[in-house]
Design a binder for this molecule. Structure first.
Ligand code: FAD
Length: 521
């Protein structure tokens, strides 16, 4: 009897809590100040756009989309939400190239960051006045909504360039800085978050703050890699260096994982600032004996022998590296490339190279995008898996995941990237999470699905990979992850969880921002 009455009591309590606190917020019932209401759109097409992303897996319906015409519009919206007894959620949306609803909000308000471009009126990217011949201290101030491709084009006009890149440039600055922003230059310069000198942020409390390592440093470190949890980035000051004009772009094919990873680790151990013999970019990928075998990089005349190597081994590994150069420089680029590859243990004669402009190289994924778009294969579901793997377990990962799961299962592989980076180029005071080893690898399993059934198949494989790592005690950290339970997020942040939670309580105590990450709501 006592147990039944306790259960009934608990039931009543939860009903009361639901009625008073858990009631889903209905923005229709709230009077929205007129000046704010004027900037909100409930146009069905705009709402529908804001309810999806590049993943095409998760859909959340916002109440409205804020089309800001100034920074203060965003601050006013955040302040208004804070002023209510039951706040509504707000999600800044850059390019929505997230794959698991990270830039969405159910019933809340999405902020269309791109709209700020009108407010900037051409001043969204401002390159500092500096001496290109002595570029130490050169930087660019960019709006959080700006695209990296536009940052590249603007800085190149001054003979300058940001140093650290993602593979794809049609992403917003605020979006990549909320994650980390990684690519083939990360081993040298760190992720994009390591190349930020200063930020303007509107915190979750509606305060407009300028921050850096010296000024308001806690907001600065919280926001970088902070998954949009602490504030909206409205400006970032990014470090620049001299821009090369051309690149030698190489791919070397390996039939042995140990040789491949040893060579990758060797290449990232150079510090190019002190050693001009090193590479400027190092990545890697798998070539698997299963469709689709993408060989567009290689000369058509070499396709038969590459295909036959892949068929023979089932799995081969491609080391991708780049050496920048300048057409005006005295250096002999052919000799530099020869020195770079000397001693590397790829399959003899399986080295391929291209000579392209610096922009062509950095913007390479866009050319693929145009092809995929023309075939209707770009706006499809993307059940991706991205993670970091400690170097000490990478060969177990090769055996268990590449050979044991991906190669064996009868499903297409998509693009699989794998390359190492140096932890000392990351700043642990920032919110981004890495494995606890000096060198760790990134894995990007970039699936594209034809329909939802296929999504489930890929998701099951992703799950199996994570389960394998868990069972084998490989302490991976997911990157660009989402769809986690609260407990999984706590485990993801590990020793940094307490700090993350405290920062949330300090900068966004009402848990208003970026609910799509699923960390606090
Ligand atoms: P959104 O998806 O719009 O937002 C991401 C998160 O940040 C959301 O939680 C959002 O609320 C928040 N947010 C957005 N803008 C702001 C802001 N101004 N201030 C605060 N929070 C904000 N990543 C890499 O690191 N390396 C790669 O090489 C790489 N390649 C990619 C290639 C493709 C084809 C795609 C689709 C993605 C790739 N990504 C890569 C992932 C990409 O960096 C992230 O998805 C990033 O979030 C995309 O930026 P976005 O503008 O689309 O962000």
């Amino acid at each position: 009897n006592a147990m039944i009455s306790t259960l009934v009591g608990l039931l009543w309590l939860s009903i009361i809590v639901f009625i008073t606190h858990g009631k889903p917020l209905n923005l229709r019932e709230i009077p929205i100040p007129k000046d704010l209401a004027l900037k909100l759109s409930r146009n069905p097409q705009i709402l529908s756009q804001a309810s999806t992303d590049y993943g095409h897996i998760i859909h959340e319906n916002p109440f409205a989309v804020l089309e800001p015409t100034s920074i203060s519009d965003i601050a006013n919206l955040i302040n208004y939400s804070n002023s209510l007894p039951h706040s509504f959620t707000i999600s800044p949306r850059g390019q929505a190239h997230s794959v698991l609803g990270q830039a969405m909000t159910q019933n809340g308000i999405v902020v269309n960051m791109t709209q700020l471009n009108w407010y900037r009126n051409g001043s969204g990217i401002v390159v500092s006045d500096c001496d290109v011949k002595n570029p130490l201290g050169c930087y660019v101030d960019v709006g959080g909504e700006q695209l990296w491709i536009d940052v590249l084009n603007a800085t190149l006009k001054h003979g300058l360039t940001p140093l650290s890149w993602t593979d794809y440039l049609y992403l917003s600055v605020g979006g990549t800085l909320s994650n980390a922003g990684i690519g083939g230059q990360t081993f040298r310069f760190g992720p994009q978050i390591s190349n930020v000198l200063e930020l303007d942020v509107i915190t979750g409390q509606g305060n407009i703050v300028t921050c850096s390592q010296e000024k308001n440093s806690e907001v600065f470190y919280a926001v970088l890699g902070g998954l949009g949890q602490f504030g909206v980035i409205t400006r970032a000051r990014i470090l620049l260096g001299p821009a090369p004009t051309r690149v030698k772009w190489l791919r070397l094919i390996y039939n042995d994982f140990s040789a491949f990873s040893t060579d990758q680790e060797h290449l990232i151990s150079f510090d190019r600032r002190n050693d001009s013999n090193g590479a400027d970019y190092v990545e890697g990928m798998l070539l698997l004996n299963k469709p689709p075998l993408i060989l567009s990089f290689y000369p058509p005349s070499d396709h038969p022998r590459i295909t036959s190597l892949v068929t023979q081994y089932g799995i081969t590994y491609v080391l991708e590296l780049v050496k920048y150069y300048d057409t005006n420089s005295q250096a002999n680029i052919t000799e530099e490339v020869d020195n770079l590859v000397k001693g590397l243990k790829f399959v003899p004669t399986f080295m391929f190279q291209k000579d392209v402009t610096y922009e062509e190289f950095l913007d390479r994924v866009h050319s693929e995008e145009l092809i995929l778009r023309s075939k209707g294969l770009w706006d499809v579901p993307h059940p991706w898996l991205n993670m970091f793997i400690p170097k000490s377990r990478i060969s177990d990962f090769n055996e268990g995941v590449f050979k044991g799961i991906i190669l064996k299962q009868n499903i297409s592989a998509g693009i699989v990237l794998v390359y190492p980076m140096n932890r000392n180029k990351w700043d642990d005071r920032m919110s981004a999470i890495t494995p606890d080893e000096d060198v760790f690898y990134t894995l990007a399993l970039l699936h594209a699905a034809k329909e939802m059934d296929e999504v489930k198949t890929f998701q099951a494989q992703n799950h199996q990979i994570l389960q394998f790592c868990n069972d084998a005690g490989i302490k991976v950290k997911e990157y660009l992850s989402g769809n986690k339970t609260h407990q999984e997020w706590v485990e993801h942040f590990g020793a940094k969880w307490q700090q993350f939670e405290e920062r949330k309580a300090k900068f966004d105590p009402k848990r208003i921002l970026s609910p799509g990450q699923g960390i606090f709501q």
